[in-house]
Design a protein around this ligand. Structure first.
Ligand SMILES: [Zn+2]
Length: 391
């Protein structure tokens, strides 16, 4: 990568414009499933900038996705910058910039990152720096669980509204995640026949759903120990965890229902479907042993994935990172699950999550240093030049 380009990109990133964009997005509240207004705001910003904006329902007409492209006019691959505009359901904190840091709801997770990605697209356009191919900027709703179920990203994949590779500016600055665990959230509902009844009036042989719940929790606890042996060099190991057990009305009444909720996480290359089938099998055994019926709800939030470290997106990113920072970013695993898991595990589209070193995601004190937004804008622009114009 030549130094002239590095200089030009550094000089063209407009710090104040980037801050203004981030503030304009943060000031529109957007709890998951209600990101329509902020999507409209992003579309307005892009239109005012002279980009032609497309909106697609993508399975959620309440908040059609926002899409804008920068096309070099020459054949080549498409690099997508993708972000979610929705935020977790917490009280709204308005934006403010103080000590060169942006505060406010979803500033870290992840409107700051989206603003940085947009700034990168502006810079590429101003410099006419894209040698080939195109850059696609997309933003959507339905990310944060349990309110969102990832339907818009899945619809974008189905409808071909995606690139050949994806960068996601979530709040992860290190390491470069080339692998990640999948996660499913489960709810097991244990039931017996009949109605709630006084302890001493139970017909003989009445199944006990509380005992079944306790057995299930214990079974999962023991299973978790053996799941630790299913390992991946980067992503860690499999696990299952129970966070909630709920049943009973009063101390001497036999209830009819017991609910157990938790997670099941897995390393690549297992699929969510295979994991769910195995999980159902464990439940069936507990049901048989306890004379109960157990229904399973199992929601895959994102699959396990691994990107080949020789992949062209990884190579482009590391070239850009080395040019900007002086060294490649250490390789590692993604600690959380995001839309990148869906792109990589369900569509085979290489996806890298990399964004500002921001803090306070999923809390009332989100914060992102402006310097980090500027760094991400430069890095995204340089990565696009490498990826779209690479060998
Ligand atoms: Zn996020």
């Amino acid at each position: 990568m030549n130094n002239a380009l590095l200089d030009q990109v550094a000089r063209t990133v407009d710090r104040q414009r980037l801050i203004d964009t981030a503030v304009a997005l943060v000031e529109v509240p957007s709890p998951t499933r209600s990101a329509g207004a902020v999507a409209d705001r992003l579309a307005e910003i892009l239109t005012a900038d002279g980009f032609s904006v497309q909106r697609h329902d993508a399975d959620w007409p309440q908040a059609p996705i926002v899409m804008a492209a920068l096309d070099s006019g020459r054949p080549g691959p498409t690099l997508q910058f993708d972000g979610h505009l929705d935020s977790v359901h917490l009280p709204f904190v308005p934006p403010r910039v103080e000590d060169d840091t942006l505060y406010g709801s979803s500033s870290a997770d992840m409107k700051g990152g989206i603003a940085a990605a947009l700034e990168a697209v502006r810079v590429l356009r101003t410099l006419d720096a894209l040698p080939a191919g195109r850059v696609l900027l997309t933003a959507h709703d339905h990310h944060e669980g349990p309110w969102g179920d990832g339907r818009q990203v899945r619809a974008m994949i189905r409808e071909g509204l995606v690139g050949d590779a994806v960068l996601l500016p979530e709040y992860l600055a290190e390491p470069l995640p080339v692998a990640g665990r999948g996660v499913g959230i489960f709810q097991a509902t244990i039931r017996r026949e009949g109605t709630p009844v006084h302890e001493v009036l139970r017909p003989p042989g009445t199944p006990n759903v509380l005992v079944a719940g306790a057995q299930l929790v214990n079974r999962l606890h023991v299973w978790n120990e053996s799941l630790k042996e299913k390992t991946h060099s980067l992503a860690g190991h499999d696990s299952t965890f129970v966070g909630k057990l709920q049943s009973g009305e009063i101390y001497n009444q036999s209830p009819t229902e017991c609910i157990v909720q938790g997670t099941r996480r897995w390393v690549p290359p297992s699929s969510g479907k295979a994991v769910q089938e195995e999980f159902s099998q464990v439940l069936a055994e507990v049901a048989t042993a306890t004379g109960t019926e157990i229904d399973l709800e199992f929601t895959v939030q994102g699959g396990a994935y691994q990107i080949d470290s020789g992949n062209s997106l990884v190579a482009a990113f590391q070239k850009a990172h080395s040019a900007l920072i002086g060294s490649p970013l250490p390789i590692g695993a993604k600690p959380f699950v995001d839309d990148g898991n869906t792109y990589a595990s369900e569509a085979g589209i290489p996806a890298i999550t990399h964004g500002p070193a921001a803090t306070g995601a999923h809390t009332l004190s989100e914060a992102v240093p402006v310097e980090e937004l500027v760094r991400v804008a430069k890095l995204y622009a340089l990565t696009a030049v490498e990826f779209c114009g690479g060998p």
